[in-house]
Design a protein around this ligand. Structure first.
Ligand SMILES: *[C@@H]1O[C@H](CO)[C@@H](O)[C@H](O)[C@H]1NC(C)=O
Ligand SMILES: *[C@@H]1O[C@H](CO)[C@@H](O)[C@H](O)[C@H]1NC(C)=O
Length: 195
C-alpha cells in the first residue's frame, strides 16, 4: 500500500511539473522542413512572406542564427564565412507571440538600449571572443534578413547575416526582445530595506 501511494504521488508531481513546463516563454523545436504551428515569424523573404528564426549547430564553432524559408530545409548562417546546414536545425517557437518585439539599436548603443530588457539569446560563438549571440534582423535588398547579434563584444556589437553566399555585417539593426511581466525583471529598489 505504501509503494502504491508513492507511485500515485509520483504521478501527481509529474503531472504538475508538466503543466508548469507548458508555460515557458519560448522554446526551440526540431526543424525538418515543416514549420510548426507555434513557430514565431521573424523576417520576410523577397515576396514579403513570413520566414522563421533558425538555430544551427556548426561543429567546432557553436550555435548560430539563420533564416528559415518555409518549404526549404537548408539554413545559411554567417559563421566565419557562410555555412549551410540542413541537419540539427532548430526553430524558435512560442505560445506568447505578443510578448516579442523588435528593438532598433546600433553597434555602439546596444548595451545601453537593452538595459532592463530581455534580449533573446539564440546562440553561442565558440570561436575567438567566445560569448552568447542575440537574434537580429535588418532590411537588405528587399529581404528582411535574420541573423545574429554579437552582443558579447563591448562597444562593437555587429549584426551578422548570410546573403548570397557572403557574410555581411550591419551597424544598425533590430534585436529581438521578450517582454516578461514587469515584476520579473530585477528592480534594485526591491532590496532597499526601509524601517
Ligand atoms: C508568397 O508571396 C507570393 C506573392 O505575394 C504569393 O503568391 C505566394 O503564394 C506566397 N507564398 C507562400 C508560401 O506563402
Ligand atoms: C506577456 O506580457 C504581458 C504584458 O506585459 C505580461 O503581463 C505577461 O506576464 C507576459 N507573459 C509571459 C508568459 O511572459
Amino acid at each position: 500500500m505504501k509503494s502504491f501511494s508513492i507511485i500515485i504521488s509520483g504521478i501527481i508531481l509529474f503531472t504538475l511539473n508538466d503543466a508548469k513546463c507548458q508555460d515557458v516563454d519560448y522554446y526551440w523545436r526540431d526543424y525538418n522542413g515543416v514549420v510548426p504551428f507555434d513557430a514565431f515569424p521573424g523576417g520576410t523573404d523577397i515576396n514579403g512572406n513570413d520566414t522563421y528564426i533558425g538555430q544551427v549547430y556548426v561543429h567546432g564553432h557553436g550555435l548560430f542564427i539563420g533564416q528559415i524559408i518555409p518549404g526549404t530545409t537548408q539554413v545559411d548562417v554567417a559563421c566565419y564565412g557562410v555555412k549551410k546546414r540542413d541537419y540539427i536545425v532548430k526553430i524558435l517557437c512560442t505560445q506568447h507571440k505578443d510578448n516579442f518585439s523588435w528593438l532598433s539599436t546600433t553597434w555602439t548603443s546596444f548595451h545601453v538600449d537593452t538595459i532592463n530588457k530581455h534580449a533573446v539569446v539564440g546562440g553561442y560563438d565558440h570561436v575567438g571572443n567566445k560569448g552568447a549571440l542575440n537574434i537580429g534582423r535588418v532590411m537588405h535588398q528587399g529581404i528582411l534578413k535574420i541573423g545574429q547579434v554579437a552582443s558579447f563584444r563591448v562597444e562593437q556589437v555587429y549584426f551578422y547575416f548570410a546573403h548570397k553566399n557572403r557574410m555581411e555585417k550591419a551597424k544598425a539593426f533590430e534585436v529581438l526582445i521578450y517582454d516578461k511581466n514587469e515584476g520579473s525583471l530585477i528592480n534594485p529598489r526591491t532590496f532597499i530595506v526601509t524601517e
